[in-house]
Design a protein around this ligand. Sequence first.
Ligand SMILES: [Zn+2]
Ligand SMILES: [Zn+2]
Length: 129
Amino acid sequence: MSADEISPEHEWPLPPAWMWECDRCTDLYRTMRRVLDEVAEARLTGERGIDWDPFDSSVTRQMVLGEHMAAEHVTHLPDWSSSCDTCTYHQERIARAKEPGPRADTAVRQGDEHRARHVYAPPSSVGFL
Ligand SMILES: [Zn+2]
Ligand SMILES: [Zn+2]
């Protein structure tokens, strides 16, 4: 597929209203989109063979937003998606960590951060983190 073809799988979902009501979400979301746009633009127009995102800031920005949403807006996050392999993976991981404790907490938190991706990331990249 060529870069200028936009399929729904690659489109950014429209963030829900509750995200715009939170200053931190709005701020983190705008920064993330700006960083991603800049990296995409540099990759398209810049010299080939150069890593235009050497510090993976586009990934970091997405993780920071996901962490904030998991910490502050867990009640707004969508349910597990039955068509998403990463959701299935997290659900199994949480089920395996039966004993309460740090391992179970981490499994739940990372699952929440993944569910947050369903809110803000294009469907084609939701499963990456
Ligand atoms: Zn927020
Ligand atoms: Zn998922």
